[in-house]
Design a protein around this ligand. Structure first.
Ligand code: NDP
Ligand code: 2IT
Length: 448
């Protein structure tokens, strides 16, 4: 890979050298730098003042041991991370991921993406991300609680309602946020909005749980409308069956589409009559079981082992909502061959760079994650606002604000792309629009 602009190309090489063996981070940085080529030509001050160098270097990386005792009384040790990437426009904000694949490079890529995403929301939040290589699968509730308490016993030193506000991501939902919140409160004695995605009885916001999936559909809907299309009557394939996938299914269905497939890391289900979402919620949210169980609710549905086969199902709209690099070039080719008209990313960086290029060069409407999945963090910021004013808004109020935010993000990304001569390229538009606000704030605040 090489960038046309020699300054950016050198900068990228330095990032690779300085962060060895972190391919996901390199991938995320490359995409942003590529989009910013026309921007730094127009604004040489960003180079002169070192904005670009600062942008690719996290302000702080915290890395710590997380010891906890399993149900057999044995000490287990995991590794915890928090990457505080950029605080130019607000306190660090971003989720915590619990998954065995977590290492510093994953958290850095996610933290980097979060900087631009949070800027796009229009709300005052900087970028950060954290997590651990702890695997919640197969752990008892008590084990999860002991892990979360140990994790927070170290993390609490570095976070606060005006400093750094974590939330959920893969493997972290309401249960984990509750355990972490309880431990934070116990150690610090502070009842403050230090985490978002909290339960509704202790400071959570209505519609936060639904926000990422709903927001994804609001964004996709606006993109479709702007191109004379809609969700109505469309067949949709969604990967994953976690928080984002479930609420994307709910909203896509409400908008008149039929969702025919969902997956987890073992395999995918295909239900030609449309997915029974109550069954999925029962399996995933209540019983924490595998998607394969779906067949016991709907015996006429199909189950297939492996995750990538889901992209061979014929559909009009694809919403990858599981994890990074889950949709590669072969999958993109299969989708295009089957006539896909739009792809909107719910997960972070789910499409590989060659898959994105393939969609774009084949006329598929493509919504990049940092724009289309920003509804979760945007609603987290709304939760922070409600916590600060010690009030809670109604579901409708939050949902309406979320809708407006997603529509705005779409139009901001679309117009930034147009302004810089790349009309229709929402990848470039989102990167540019997200960058400009952060870069401007960095310039104004001096060389910090
Ligand atoms: P959940 O933990 O609720 O669900 C994750 C889903 O993705 C599960 O179905 C899981 O399957 C699947 N999955 C995870 N890792 C892999 C893998 N390596 N290969 C295949 N499938 C995998 O997480 P969320 O729904 O919250 O997050 C999904 C994506 O959305 C992530 O990329 C996250 O960063 C992103 N996101 C989440 C936001 C939020 O508010 N929660 C906001 C914005 C983005 P299994 O159970 O088998 O692991
Ligand atoms: O990737 C993401 O934007 C999230 N996991 C949500 C972060 C948040 O702070 O709500």
């Amino acid at each position: 890979m090489s960038l046309k602009n020699s300054y950016l190309s050198d900068l990228y090489e330095r990032v690779v050298k300085r962060n060895p063996a972190e391919p996901e981070f390199h991938q995320a940085v490359y995409e942003v730098l590529e989009s910013l080529e026309p921007v730094i030509e127009k604004h040489p001050e960003f180079v002169e003042k070192g904005v670009m160098e600062r942008l690719v270097e996290p302000e702080r990386i915290i890395k710590f041991r997380v010891p906890w005792i399993d149900d057999n009384g044995k000490v287990q040790v995991n590794r915890g991370f928090r990457v505080q990437f950029n605080s130019a426009i607000g306190p660090y904000k971003g989720g915590l991921r619990l998954h065995p694949s977590v290492y510093e490079g994953i958290i850095k890529f996610l933290g980097f993406e979060q900087v631009f995403k949070n800027s796009l929301t229009g709300l005052p939040i900087g970028g950060g991300k954290g997590g651990s290589d702890f695997d919640p699968k197969g752990k008892s509730d008590n084990e999860v609680m002991r892990f979360c308490q140990s994790f927070m016993t170290e993390l609490y030193k570095y976070i606060g309602k005006d400093e750094d506000v974590p939330a959920g991501d893969i493997g972290v939902g309401g249960r984990e946020i509750g355990y972490m919140y309880g431990q934070y409160k116990r150690i610090t004695g502070l009842y403050e909005g230090v985490l978002t995605g909290k339960g509704l009885t202790y400071g959570g916001s209505l519609a936060r749980k639904e926000a990422t999936g709903y927001g994804l559909c609001y964004f996709a809907d606006e993109m479709l409308k702007d191109n004379g299309k809609s969700f109505k009557g469309k067949t949709v394939v969604i990967s994953g069956s976690g928080n984002v996938a479930i609420y994307a299914t709910e909203k896509a269905t409400a908008l008149g589409a039929k969702v025919v497939a969902l997956s987890d890391s073992n395999g995918y289900i295909y239900d030609k009559d449309g997915v029974d979402l109550d069954a999925v919620k029962q399996i995933k949210e209540v019983e924490r079981k595998r998607i394969k169980e779906y067949l016991s609710y709907r015996p006429n549905a199909e189950y297939h082992e492996g995750c990538s086969g889901i992209w061979t199902i014929k559909c009009d709209i694809a919403l990858p909502c599981a994890t990074q690099n889950e949709l590669d070039l072969d999958s993109a080719k299969a989708l295009v061959k089957n006539g896909v008209i739009a792809v909107a990313e719910g997960a972070n960086m789910p499409s590989t760079p060659d898959a994105v290029a393939y969609f774009q060069s084949n006329g598929v409407l493509f919504a990049p994650a940092k724009a289309s999945n920003a509804g979760g963090v945007a609603t987290s910021a709304l939760e922070m606002t409600q916590n600060s004013e010690r009030l809670s808004w109604t579901f409708e109020e939050v949902d309406e604000k979320l809708h407006d935010i997603m529509v705005n993000i779409y139009h901001n990304a679309a117009s930034a792309a147009k302004e810089y001569g790349m009309e229709g390229n929402l990848v470039a538009g989102a990167n540019i629009a997200g960058f400009l606000k952060v870069a401007d704030a960095m310039l104004a605040q001096g060389n910090v």
